[in-house]
Design a protein. Sequence first.
Length: 253
Amino acid sequence: MAHHNAQHPDQNKTQNRARICARGGVALAAALFASLACAHTVWLEPLADTTGGYEIKYGGHEGKLETYDSAKIVSIDVYNAAGDTLDYQRTDGRDGGNAQLVLPPAAALVAIHFDNGIWTRDPMGRSVNQPMSAVPGATAATNALKYHKTVLQWSPIVTRELDQRFEVLPVLASQPRAGEPMQVRVLLDGKPLAGVKLGRGEEGDAGETGADGIATFVPQPGVNRLWAGKRFAVQEPQYTELSYEYLFRFEAR
């Protein structure tokens, strides 16, 4: 089945723009819960036996992969070097299998939005994929939103805002060189976001954005998976923390 600019309404598009809460008690509860609900990303991996084929993978630390409900994939957009959207083939896996894509030869950039939903910690410390109202005694929950880009061809499209709510953009459109610093800009709702940690996995130990939303990252030879993430304590009826995570995949020269 062909897809063209396959977008769906962002079910958590603004959540009332997630009012940030400075109350220490809420922030502490969110911090204790964050390690369970977050530190997971979504990304593309090429399929060795399919021309233009890719698999959408999801997982966390130490290379551990997890199954996911394909309905959590909110949108997939494929662009050519000029910034035009392209059709592609998508197949959703059965019985926990991952979604797969077949991209046209002109594909230069793929952007994905993955909504992992609300994860609540119950009084026993278990993580449940339900809002707080569905978990008796719960006091902390995280709304976990994931975004991704894979660069297949370097061109000005990689520096163009694609209206992802949380977005990572290279400052320059030229392919980075391994061992040489590159700059990336991180935006939230189209505005520069300070204090965003960068990492090579999910450790957040490879830089941090300044007031202009820009940080420096030093790519390694070959494929790089640049992680970016930030969490906000919030006052919402169904969760106490809003988590954004990003994985920007590209190859360095």
